[in-house]
Design a protein around this ligand. Structure first.
Ligand SMILES: Nc1ncnc2c1ncn2[C@@H]1O[C@H](COP(=O)(O)OP(=O)(O)OP(=O)(O)O)[C@@H](O)[C@H]1O
Ligand SMILES: [Mg+2]
Length: 247
């Protein structure tokens, strides 16, 4: 259902959705001084695993996700995606890995408000090099999968928060990413709608074997993922494996 017919490029052909973070550190330097946002963080996420990242505000969760998604460079350390050290690539290769392998979902949806739902979902397919027809067909298929095909011609502001987050999920799935990075995807949603979005992510990991890393402040959701990585002051405090989900 969510497979796409993108042309695959060499350095992701072995792509299986596994991810390793090795001694990752990030120091922000600004006029206010230095902030150590991540300190020597290391872990591996297996293909199809659904991992949550939890921790207090300011503990470095978004920084971690931004490094994994190569939205920003670490001060030191490495991120391997499908065995490839992504920060050893040049900027255009990084952009290709990001576009082809990773899907992003944010708390505030980050939709483009002046255009339609359909165009929002189609957007990553433009840089992904799909034909106009394929792009449209796939976007509609995804909107249908997410139960909001009837909203295709609407603008984001005409939709509820939960619907907008579904659009953002459809957009994240446009290029059939093996890895989905979600930063508080349920943070702006009520409990019921948040649970719906969480169940969708669970389906993507369970049925479609997508690797998911989700930052959340919700302990109930974190406990329901395969493993919760607890971050405090930029370091991993502990990892809690959900034995029920390992069965
Ligand atoms: N661009 C930046 N410049 C300077 N400092 C930054 C920058 N981005 C993040 N920080 C700092 O790094 C630390 C970690 O921030 P981060 O956004 O990763 O936290 P978080 O765990 O995602 O918090 P929240 O739960 O509130 O979203 C904070 O002290 C923050 O102020
Ligand atoms: Mg954050």
């Amino acid at each position: 259902m969510i497979a796409s017919n993108n042309n695959h490029r060499d350095y992701r052909d072995s792509s299986d959705g596994a991810l390793t973070v090795e001694n990752l550190s990030k120091v922000y330097v600004s006029a206010m001084g230095k902030v150590v946002s991540l300190r020597n963080v290391s872990f591996t996420v297996n293909k199809g695993e659904f991992v949550s990242v939890v921790g207090p505000s300011g503990s470095g969760k978004s920084t971690l996700l931004n490094m994994i998604g190569a939205l920003d460079r670490p001060s030191s350390g490495k991120v391997f995606i499908n065995g490839i050290d992504i920060f050893s690539l040049n900027d255009s290769q990084i952009a290709t890995v990001r576009n082809d392998t990773l899907g992003f979902i944010f708390q505030s949806y980050n939709l483009i408000n002046r255009t339609t739902i359909l165009k929002n979902v189609e957007f990553p397919g433009i840089t992904g090099g799909m034909s106009d027809g394929d792009r449209r067909r796939r976007a509609l298929k995804l909107l249908n999968f997410l139960g909001i095909k009837d909203k295709a011609k609407y603008k984001p502001s005409n939709l509820s928060g939960g619907q907008q987050q579904r659009v953002a999920i459809a957009r994240a799935l446009m290029n059939d990413p093996k890895i989905i990075l979600a930063d508080e995807p349920t943070g702006n949603l009520d409990t019921k709608t948040g649970a719906d979005v969480f169940n969708l992510l669970t389906l993507l990991s369970r049925k479609f074997r997508r690797t998911i890393i989700m930052v959340t402040h919700n302990p109930v959701l974190a406990e329901a993922t395969d493993r919760a990585i607890h971050i405090r002051d930029g370091s991993i405090e502990k990892e809690v494996v959900n034995v029920e989900r390992q069965k």
